[in-house]
Design a protein around this ligand. Sequence first.
Ligand SMILES: [Ca+2]
Ligand SMILES: [Ca+2]
Ligand SMILES: [Ca+2]
Length: 403
Amino acid sequence: MNMNSINKKSIFTCLLFSLSTTNTSHASIKDSIITTENGIAVIEAENYSAQFNADTRRWIVFNNQSNNAHGLADSDTLHLEGASNDAYIELLPDTRTNHYEPLVHDVNFSSAPGKLAVLTYPVYFDTPGTYFVWARAYSSGSEDNGLHVGLNNTWPSTSQRLQLCEGKNKWTWSSNQRQKENHCGKPNTIWLDIPESGVHNITLSMREDGFELDKIILTQDPDYKPEGLGPSETRYTPSPLSLKKTFVEVQEYSLILEAPQSFESVGDVPFYHDRRNDALGIDAREVHYRNVWATSQLKVPEKMWGKKVSAQKTFKNVTLVTLGEIDGESSYKVLLNGNEIGSFTNSETPTDYQENYFDLGSLTLKPGDIIAVQAKAVTNGKIPESGGTAYARGRWRGLVFKE
Ligand SMILES: [Ca+2]
Ligand SMILES: [Ca+2]
Ligand SMILES: [Ca+2]
């Protein structure tokens, strides 16, 4: 690998990392689940959740990235053409591909279900009851067409020995159970009884190696017969989580005192509760509220926002959160018992109501202390309004404390 390709690789890795970190509100396939929709659940076979007892035979996923040179014993090539979701699974190695190759119990044939290559598919059932099982499989011989179906790692007699007889050498739906007197069976003879609503694991295990499985359908309708690719997978993916809209860049805190909830306006120039912006602000339409300090304050309570009364509490870091405005750069002061502990001015901004974070450093508080936050409504003369220019309203959102 030359330097150029190393660099490319690390850039690509960084890109992946940043994509994954900016997407935390979105669900991954692990957060989604197959559900029943109007009495039917549709599962892509390749989307199994886990595989167990896979030392001797194993379900292998084949998709557009696969090729025939997988190195495992097999008598035919890939069957991606016509596979739903461009992917399917096959149980390999396949060492009994026809009647002349020896049958080895518990190696290439398993009469008992649940012994070899057990797959699980969690499914949410909103309605309990009988569900007929349909499998879309590809059989090219007589020794690759049997499968066991189970539920929650039990293997009811009604779901063992799913058999595929008709439709050789093409993807074919079957819900037939192999019977002694009729190996090909009849439709709708493979079913599961779902005892109660909720999540259950559909399980599959080997009967014959070489079985190729594309898709599974569970349906309550005895008259249902799937055709072609069948319906799309009935996967429920949760909607993106809503991102926080306030104190956006605060990643660690012990206590947030929100200005409208915790502080009271005092003095001649009042703050009002700006509900749309979750802030306190000054109504700058009143001319005598402009360019003068408005004051709000808070008395530190006996229990200091904790469970027990305490003598004092030291916060390593306190941050004043204000909102920038396009029409002026408001100033702020923070006072403790009348002594100024911080003085700040918003920067110019092209965007209204973006949060600004001003560091007040560490602070030791005791019950009865008075914390005051002051702000000024000002104009920068840039935004014309009613013959003059618009005023920023000295908006601020709260104080963030970190112990
Ligand atoms: Ca094969
Ligand atoms: Ca076989
Ligand atoms: Ca598939």
